[in-house]
Design a protein around this ligand. Structure first.
Ligand SMILES: Cc1cc2nc3c(=O)[nH]c(=O)nc-3n(C[C@H](O)[C@H](O)[C@H](O)COP(=O)(O)OP(=O)(O)OC[C@H]3O[C@@H](n4cnc5c(N)ncnc54)[C@H](O)[C@@H]3O)c2cc1C
Length: 400
């Protein structure tokens, strides 16, 4: 077992010969596990994160959009309350994280623009706009020429659009790097290994086993992303109903880098019946995504996936053909039956859940980190996450 980072200050030795103990073990060092670990350490707890590849799960693939209004979906109004609250917290969270880590995370508030390329799409966009307005959300309907005034690189045939001012984005990889640095400075211990199984004393979870060694704590946080639904040792009724949903994604670089950016804001559209987006970074990088595939734990990048994304991006913004294709990769979104996360206490004492963030792990980072740390520190479940307890899946009549 390799350990790195700053060792916990709460070292001790119990009767079983365990060499150290801490207040909380976090299984999973993606954006969610690291966010929870950082917040717990800031509140005075000794924390260990266990992950053989921290920051390299879905968090490495993501686009980093923080766009609750553009991404609002029919039937997911409860989730909207959480996503809006988290987006509200993002500017403060970003500033605090950058201060704590001395690492910029590329937080931008340039807004997002959904566009329609034909009459059918424009009708669908109109329906989305009415839905957004019925929920009291701030969105503006634009004509095709107004869209092109804002984003001259859009294809001339654009029929109309919906603009959401102020929607945010972060650079996903810079954010996980900053979280790792902030955790290290807050003396979070990182154990570079996979947790093999959960450990119990009676019915109580007391940590995990790593390479045959116990890592023990009064509280264990399960934040293992798409792998959360299959951590060995937990009984089926306790495991959160999380499955992997594959997303392929591309990274392009504009010829002039950050100078003369092709796009100013996130652009969404539908091409060949599939949703596509382009997310421009200040550096000139453009992230193009993303496929949504039920393929289990497969992360193969396919010709069809890359073709579909490039076709969509080129159809929306023809000038991207000048860009360098820097990377094609795939990640596994941790999805639940209702597309909302599973947060808070589990059916077992000592086990807290922070998983199932599906398409919104970055968007939901601030609210998740704050609320789950509160559960760990005080045992109280904050109001904003009460609707996201695992109980909604275990009650009679719960969604399958
Ligand atoms: C293509 C794509 C685009 C996306 N775009 C966006 C976006 O624009 N905005 C947004 O908000 N979200 C986006 N998402 C979703 C977002 O990436 C996820 O919701 C988020 O990264 C989930 O974070 P996580 O920490 O739960 O999981 P992960 O980042 O997957 O981290 C889980 C970690 O757990 C570790 N682990 C697993 N099993 C064990 C074990 N047994 N022991 C120890 N460690 C273990 C893994 O190594 C991994 O590092 C996107 C996702 C994809 C795939």
């Amino acid at each position: 077992m390799t350990r790195f980072g700053t060792p916990s200050m709460a070292l001790g030795c119990d009767n079983d010969g365990w060499m150290d103990s801490r207040d909380v073990v976090v299984v999973g060092g993606g954006v969610i596990g690291l966010g929870v670990a950082w917040r717990c350490a800031q509140r005075g707890l000794t924390v260990t994160v266990v992950d053989d590849r921290p920051g390299r799960g879905a968090s490495h693939a993501a686009a980093g959009m923080i766009a609750p209004v553009s991404e609002v979906t029919y039937g997911e109004e409860t989730l909207l309350t959480l996503t809006m609250e988290s987006a509200r917290r993002w500017p403060g969270f970003a500033a605090e994280l950058e201060r704590a880590s001395s690492h910029p995370i590329g937080h931008l508030r340039e807004g997002s623009l959904a566009v329609a390329l034909d009459a059918d799409d424009n009708r669908a966009l109109e329906a989305l706009f009415r839905f957004q307005r019925s929920l009291g959300l701030d969105a503006e309907r634009l004509t095709g020429s107004e869209c092109r005034e804002l984003e001259p690189a859009l294809v001339p045939g654009v029929r109309g659009g919906v603009l959401v001012r102020g929607e945010q984005q972060v650079d996903n990889r810079a954010t996980t790097a900053a979280l790792l640095l902030a955790c290290e400075r807050a003396e979070v211990e990182l154990v570079a290994a996979r947790a093999d199984e959960v450990r119990f004393v009676g019915d109580r979870v007391v940590g995990v086993a790593v390479g045959g060694e116990p890592i023990e704590a009064p509280v264990t946080v399960l934040a293992a992303g798409a792998w959360s639904g299959s951590l060995p040792g937990l009984p089926p009724g306790v495991l959160p109903p999380v499955r992997p949903v594959k997303g392929q994604i591309l990274r392009l670089m504009s010829p002039g880098g950050g100078k003369d950016r092709l796009l100013q804001r996130e652009v969404w559209g539908r091409v060949e019946g599939r949703e596509a987006y382009l997310v421009p970074r200040a550096s000139g990088e453009i992230v193009v995504g993303g496929t949504v595939e039920e393929q289990g734990f497969d992360t193969t990048v396919t010709v069809e996936g890359v073709r579909a994304m490039l076709t969509a991006a080129f159809t929306l913004v023809p000038g991207i053909d000048e860009c360098e294709l820097v990377e094609a990769t795939a990640g596994l979104r941790p999805a639940t039956p209702d597309n909302a996360p599973v947060l808070g206490p589990s059916a077992l004492d000592g086990l807290v859940l922070a998983t199932g963030h599906y398409r919104h792990g970055f968007l939901l980072l601030p609210v998740t980190a704050d609320a789950v740390a509160e559960v760990v520190v005080s045992g109280q479940v904050p109001e904003e996450i009460r609707a996201f307890s695992i109980d909604r899946f275990t009650r009679a009549g719960a969604p399958a």
